[in-house]
Design a protein around this ligand. Structure first.
Ligand code: B1M
Length: 217
């Protein structure tokens, strides 16, 4: 691995957001690919922190500062993940479900979708089912994208499907789910329309669904 990618990973693990931002910019300036910066720098560092968190080698404060460094590094990458002047392909809303504050994966999915020319309404974290419904009714979102990182909050995705049905808009909107504990089997179980295991396939799937809904598929 290139030295600068190791430096990004190491500084991210140490929560040094300012240095991570600078290193990401330097790597871009030196011509390192966005994919390598993301995967071998930022995600590598977050993966190592995740492993240590699991083994009780680091705790919530360390993970929080690492997450902040990750988000700042991603902000520098954001314009490079997005294609310039792409005609809007359609509109989706995305949020981390109620009770869940993890937003790194959700932010990455949003950026990848924006990079595919999809307009994304970001509802943030801890989003109750009714907010997803309101985004469809009031902002015309065609896909509801739900992220969950906790096994305890996955059930909220089922509540989202139910809220959409109860609002009488189930035939107007697709529901896509994802996040580390989520599986395609769970999608079938709760009656959602699509599942994606990672940010890149989430963007591909959303683009396919929108093209089909907008008669371009
Ligand atoms: Co939390 N946390 N956390 N945490 N945290 C996990 C998820 C955990 C697995 C760690 C562990 O113990 N091994 C564990 C959950 C266990 C479980 O439920 N079985 C856990 C726990 C327990 C907790 C707390 C309860 C800890 C506590 O307080 N005691 C607490 C809960 C707070 C809450 O949400 N209510 C908590 C808190 C936190 C922090 C605040 C410290 C911080 C979040 C900061 C932030 O997000 N701004 C944090 C972090 C960072 C993690 C880990 C270390 C990293 C998560 C992450 O960002 N990964 C995580 C351990 C791990 O995952 N290894 C952990 C990187 C990110 C790019 O991946 O989010 O999976 P991910 O997204 C991927 C895919 O899943 C997919 O695409 C992304 C990119 O490819 N994807 C989608 C995501 N959403 C999608 C949606 C789609 C499609 C694909 O379609 C719509």
């Amino acid at each position: 691995m290139e030295q600068i990618l190791q430096d990004i990973s190491r500084n991210l693990q140490a929560g040094k957001a300012k240095i991570v931002k600078e290193l990401v910019q330097t790597a871009l300036d030196e011509g390192v690919s966005v994919k390598n910066i993301l995967e071998e720098g930022l995600l590598d560092g977050m993966g190592i922190i995740g492993g240590k968190f699991k083994n009780n080698e680091v705790f919530v404060p360390e993970v929080l500062v690492a997450a902040r460094a990750m988000n700042q590094g991603m902000e520098v990458l954001k314009p490079h993940l997005m294609g310039a002047d792409i005609e809007s392909r359609g509109k989706v809303c995305i949020g981390t479900v109620q009770g869940d504050l993890h937003d790194i994966g959700k932010n990455l999915v949003r950026m990848m979708m924006e990079g595919r020319g999809i307009e994304v309404v970001d509802l943030g974290t801890d989003v109750p089912p009714e907010h997803f419904v309101a985004a469809v009714k009031e902002q015309g979102c065609q896909i509801i994208c739900c992220s969950a990182l906790l096994t305890t909050t996955m059930s909220v995705m089922q509540a989202v499907v139910k809220a959409v049905e109860e609002a009488g808009i189930r035939d107007q909107v697709k529901i896509m789910i994802g996040g580390a504990p989520v599986t395609d089997g769970f999608r079938t179980q709760i009656g959602a329309d699509a599942y994606a295991p990672d940010a890149a396939s989430a963007a591909d799937t959303a683009a396919e669904l929108l093209d089909a809904m907008n008669g371009k598929g």
